[in-house]
Design a protein around this ligand. Sequence first.
Ligand SMILES: [Zn+2]
Length: 118
Amino acid sequence: MNSFERLPKKIETQLPVFFSSGLDISELTLSCPACTGLISASNCTGIIARPLPDVILFDLNGLCPGCGTEFTAYFRARQVGEKDVVLELINESGNLLVVESQRPSRFQRLLSKIKRLL
Ligand SMILES: [Zn+2]
Protein backbone atom coordinates (compact mmCIF):
# COMPACT_ATOMS: atom_id res chain seq x y z
CA MET A 1 0.00 0.00 0.00
CA ASN A 2 1.53 3.33 -1.01
CA SER A 3 1.01 6.57 0.86
CA PHE A 4 -1.74 7.74 -1.51
CA GLU A 5 -3.69 4.53 -0.87
CA ARG A 6 -3.19 5.01 2.87
CA LEU A 7 -4.60 8.56 2.81
CA PRO A 8 -6.73 8.76 -0.35
CA LYS A 9 -8.92 11.73 0.58
CA LYS A 10 -8.31 14.89 -1.47
CA ILE A 11 -7.04 17.79 0.62
CA GLU A 12 -8.90 20.40 -1.41
CA THR A 13 -12.23 18.86 -0.37
CA GLN A 14 -11.28 19.47 3.28
CA LEU A 15 -10.58 23.19 2.86
CA PRO A 16 -11.26 25.72 4.21
CA VAL A 17 -10.48 24.63 7.74
CA PHE A 18 -11.30 26.89 10.66
CA PHE A 19 -9.67 27.79 13.94
CA SER A 20 -12.01 28.30 16.91
CA SER A 21 -11.63 32.07 16.42
CA GLY A 22 -13.18 31.86 12.93
CA LEU A 23 -9.82 32.41 11.23
CA ASP A 24 -9.48 29.94 8.39
CA ILE A 25 -6.98 28.42 6.01
CA SER A 26 -8.54 28.28 2.57
CA GLU A 27 -5.60 27.38 0.33
CA LEU A 28 -2.26 25.66 0.59
CA THR A 29 0.71 25.84 -1.73
CA LEU A 30 3.66 23.53 -1.19
CA SER A 31 7.07 23.56 -2.79
CA CYS A 32 8.27 20.32 -4.41
CA PRO A 33 11.30 18.96 -2.47
CA ALA A 34 12.86 17.80 -5.78
CA CYS A 35 12.31 20.63 -8.30
CA THR A 36 10.87 23.41 -6.04
CA GLY A 37 7.84 23.66 -8.34
CA LEU A 38 4.62 24.81 -6.71
CA ILE A 39 2.04 22.20 -5.73
CA SER A 40 -1.53 23.15 -4.94
CA ALA A 41 -3.98 21.38 -2.65
CA SER A 42 -5.53 19.68 -5.69
CA ASN A 43 -2.33 17.62 -6.03
CA CYS A 44 -2.41 16.49 -2.40
CA THR A 45 -4.29 13.84 -0.49
CA GLY A 46 -4.33 13.24 3.24
CA ILE A 47 -5.96 14.27 6.48
CA ILE A 48 -6.64 17.62 8.10
CA ALA A 49 -7.46 17.46 11.82
CA ARG A 50 -8.02 20.03 14.57
CA PRO A 51 -6.96 18.37 17.86
CA LEU A 52 -7.01 21.68 19.73
CA PRO A 53 -9.04 24.88 19.09
CA ASP A 54 -5.97 26.76 17.86
CA VAL A 55 -4.01 23.91 16.24
CA ILE A 56 -4.69 22.34 12.84
CA LEU A 57 -2.70 19.27 11.76
CA PHE A 58 -1.97 18.37 8.15
CA ASP A 59 -0.82 14.87 7.15
CA LEU A 60 -0.31 15.08 3.39
CA ASN A 61 0.84 13.16 0.36
CA GLY A 62 1.88 15.39 -2.50
CA LEU A 63 2.44 14.62 -6.17
CA CYS A 64 4.41 17.22 -8.11
CA PRO A 65 2.73 17.86 -11.48
CA GLY A 66 6.04 19.14 -12.86
CA CYS A 67 8.50 16.31 -12.15
CA GLY A 68 6.25 13.53 -10.83
CA THR A 69 7.93 13.33 -7.41
CA GLU A 70 5.78 11.93 -4.61
CA PHE A 71 6.43 13.14 -1.08
CA THR A 72 4.84 13.28 2.35
CA ALA A 73 4.51 16.32 4.58
CA TYR A 74 3.40 16.52 8.17
CA PHE A 75 2.96 19.93 9.71
CA ARG A 76 0.69 22.01 11.86
CA ALA A 77 -0.75 25.50 11.71
CA ARG A 78 -1.06 27.25 15.03
CA GLN A 79 -2.90 30.46 15.70
CA VAL A 80 -0.87 33.00 17.63
CA GLY A 81 -2.66 36.02 19.00
CA GLU A 82 -5.78 37.27 17.26
CA LYS A 83 -4.78 37.13 13.60
CA ASP A 84 -1.41 35.47 13.08
CA VAL A 85 -0.94 31.85 12.04
CA VAL A 86 2.42 30.10 12.18
CA LEU A 87 3.15 26.96 10.19
CA GLU A 88 5.38 24.44 11.93
CA LEU A 89 6.95 21.65 9.91
CA ILE A 90 7.19 18.19 11.45
CA ASN A 91 8.83 16.29 8.61
CA GLU A 92 10.74 13.15 9.53
CA SER A 93 12.63 13.05 6.23
CA GLY A 94 14.29 16.37 6.95
CA ASN A 95 13.23 17.90 3.64
CA LEU A 96 12.42 21.57 4.01
CA LEU A 97 9.07 22.26 2.45
CA VAL A 98 7.94 25.85 2.10
CA VAL A 99 4.33 26.14 3.09
CA GLU A 100 2.29 29.23 2.43
CA SER A 101 -1.14 30.08 3.66
CA GLN A 102 -3.23 32.82 2.21
CA ARG A 103 -4.72 35.45 4.45
CA PRO A 104 -8.09 34.04 5.39
CA SER A 105 -10.88 35.56 3.30
CA ARG A 106 -13.40 35.28 6.09
CA PHE A 107 -11.09 37.22 8.36
CA GLN A 108 -10.72 39.93 5.73
CA ARG A 109 -14.49 40.21 5.45
CA LEU A 110 -14.71 40.58 9.22
CA LEU A 111 -12.06 43.30 9.12
CA SER A 112 -13.93 45.30 6.48
CA LYS A 113 -17.12 44.92 8.49
CA ILE A 114 -15.42 46.30 11.58
CA LYS A 115 -13.99 49.22 9.57
CA ARG A 116 -17.47 50.13 8.33
CA LEU A 117 -18.74 50.17 11.91
CA LEU A 118 -16.00 52.56 13.07
ZN1 LIG B 1 8.79 18.53 -8.66
